[in-house]
Design a protein around this ligand. Structure first.
Ligand code: COA
Length: 177
């Protein structure tokens, strides 16, 4: 099952029509501030990203869901699972992550989507542990982790950019869906 409905959201695989709104999200420096080297991404790069996210779904049986608002049909961004290959020291691992357009912040959408993605990880994929990795300073993201019941496990450095990262984890046997 790769489609999930929450009270306000539809989590689903990616459509061609998602490219333009996702590229708009990627063009916002505030959204991208704590991600990678902090630079914005253009349409071409966003198309490559979506292609990679879809490949991960095909290869792993899990991935980043496109998050759509049920009320309006708008694409809010993504939430879901991926393998954090950028940080080899935590592998093997599955990471939960999220990225929403700025107009969708502060409404509980990220937490609602992430909660459903953790439920998917546990019930559908049978995973027993999930990590989440944030750049130190990304308080909004760590707030989502905390609300999900994730706990800080260790601090490390980004292997390429050198900035401090915090790895959170959750034992899904203790996750109450
Ligand atoms: C990280 C990110 C997804 C968090 O989004 P967010 O909107 O702050 O997160 P939430 O969904 O938990 O919502 C937060 C607030 O919405 C408010 N809210 C409003 N209506 C709500 C509702 N119905 N239910 C729950 N919360 C609601 C709450 O006050 C909540 O804040 P609190 O937890 O302090 O009480 C967002 O900041 C983002 O996309 N950032 C850019 C990308 C990024 O950095 N990604 C992570 C990389 S590690």
């Amino acid at each position: 099952m790769t489609e999930i409905r929450t009270p306000r959201l539809l989590l689903r695989r990616w459509y061609d029509d998602d490219l333009a709104p996702m590229a708009e999200i990627h063009a916002d420096p505030q959204v991208m501030r704590w991600i990678g080297d902090g630079s914005v991404r253009d349409l071409e790069r966003t198309a490559e990203d979506i292609e990679r996210w879809e490949e991960e779904w095909d290869e792993e049986g899990f991935g980043l869901f496109a998050v759509e608002l049920l009320a309006s049909g708008e694409l809010a961004g993504f939430a879901g699972l991926s393998v954090p290959t950028f940080l080899p020291e935590v592998l093997p691992a599955v990471e939960i992550g999220w990225r929403l357009g700025r107009q969708f912040w502060g409404q509980g959408y990220a937490s609602e989507a992430a909660h459903a993605a953790l439920e998917f990880a546990l019930q559908d994929r049978g995973l027993d542990r999930v990590v989440s990795i944030a750049r130190v300073g990304n308080d909004a993201s760590e707030n989502v982790m905390r609300k999900l019941g994730m706990v800080p496990e260790r601090e490390t450095k980004h292997p390429v950019y050198g900035h401090p990262l915090r790895v959170h984890t959750i034992d899904l046997s203790e996750f109450h869906a």
